[in-house]
Design a protein around this ligand. Structure first.
Ligand code: FMN
Length: 272
């Protein structure tokens, strides 16, 4: 790539990170009184599954300080089932709705979001969850349900391909794929939306880390994924909605740090 092009991309990225945008003479669609987009995407399938909401039966490991100390990226999964209640907790913890502001102005969730826009949808590839068929699912946060979107041919290898052959991650009990619906933010913040969307996304990912840690499960944020393939599988158009983050969650052997350490053996080998 030409240096000039590289400089252009770097400038675009840096400008977005610190909202270096001239807002003079600009009005967002909210200021122009255009209709607000839906707070979340409605179900498209008729196979809806209610998620259990009583988390008292969960064994939660430790207090907040313990969780912060224990939180780490886990990359060795033991391919066992997790319970539907554990999945329910993970979904509630990263995108769950706790209330509505106004009649239907905004959702209030377990994560913060600039202007309470919450511009994400949560999709899943499920492999090992009690009571769930393997395949694709979509979370319905307003009713705390999931909808089954269908089976996937050769599920393991398909997941592996979406995660650009990070095969350790394809061994997860399920993989979350978070999509972004940018217009939810653009309606209110217009051309200044895109940096804050990424800040919001970090909160979602961190809550998956904390909830997984609380449940004794492993996870790892994944910035390396094949967005086009994931969009195609979940039937997203890649413009009004597209995958922005993936996060596997799997069962782990807490005592097995040897395999985990092996992942970063290159640091020592290459004398970093
Ligand atoms: C946005 C983001 C993207 C990441 N992408 C990957 C990835 O594609 N593959 C991977 O193995 N780890 C990935 N990680 C995990 C980081 O490598 C990890 O957080 C970092 O090495 C620090 O380790 P810790 O999470 O155990 O503290 C990602 C983490 C974040 C937050």
């Amino acid at each position: 790539m030409e240096q000039k092009k590289i400089d252009e991309y770097i400038k675009m990225g840096r400008d977005m990170l610190h909202l270096k945008i001239d807002m003079e003479d600009y009005q967002s669609d909210q200021q122009l009184h255009k209709p607000q987009p839906p707070l979340s995407k409605p179900a498209t399938s008729d196979r809806i599954i209610d998620l259990p909401r009583n988390f008292d039966d969960l064994h939660i490991n430790g207090n907040l300080t313990d969780l912060l100390i224990k939180r780490k990226s886990n990359r060795v999964y033991t391919q066992k089932n997790i319970s539907l209640l554990q999945l329910s907790y993970l979904l509630w913890g990263c995108q769950g709705v706790k209330g509505i502001r106004g009649k239907s102005y905004a959702t209030l969730r377990t994560v913060p979001s600039g202007g309470a826009r919450h511009p994400f949808e949560t999709y899943m590839m499920v492999q090992y969850v009690d009571g769930l068929d393997q395949g694709m699912y979509h979370y319905l946060p307003l009713t705390h349900q999931i909808e089954y979107l269908g089976a996937v041919d050769d599920l393991f290898n398909t997941i592996d391909a979406t995660l650009v052959n990070q095969t350790w991650a394809a061994k997860a009990s399920l993989v979350f794929y978070f999509s972004c619906v940018p217009y939810r933010n653009e309606w209110r913040y217009g051309i200044a939306s895109h940096g804050p969307i990424l800040i919001d996304l970090g909160h979602v990912g961190e809550n998956v880390y904390l909830c997984a840690t609380a449940l004794g499960l492993g996870t790892c944020g994944l910035g390396a994924y094949d967005g086009e393939l994931a969009n195609q599988l979940f039937k997203l158009d890649g413009w009004d909605e597209f995958i922005v983050y993936a996060q596997p969650v799997g069962t782990i052997n807490i005592d097995n740090t040897a395999d985990e350490d092996a992942f970063y053996s290159f640091v020592k080998e290459q004398g970093w």
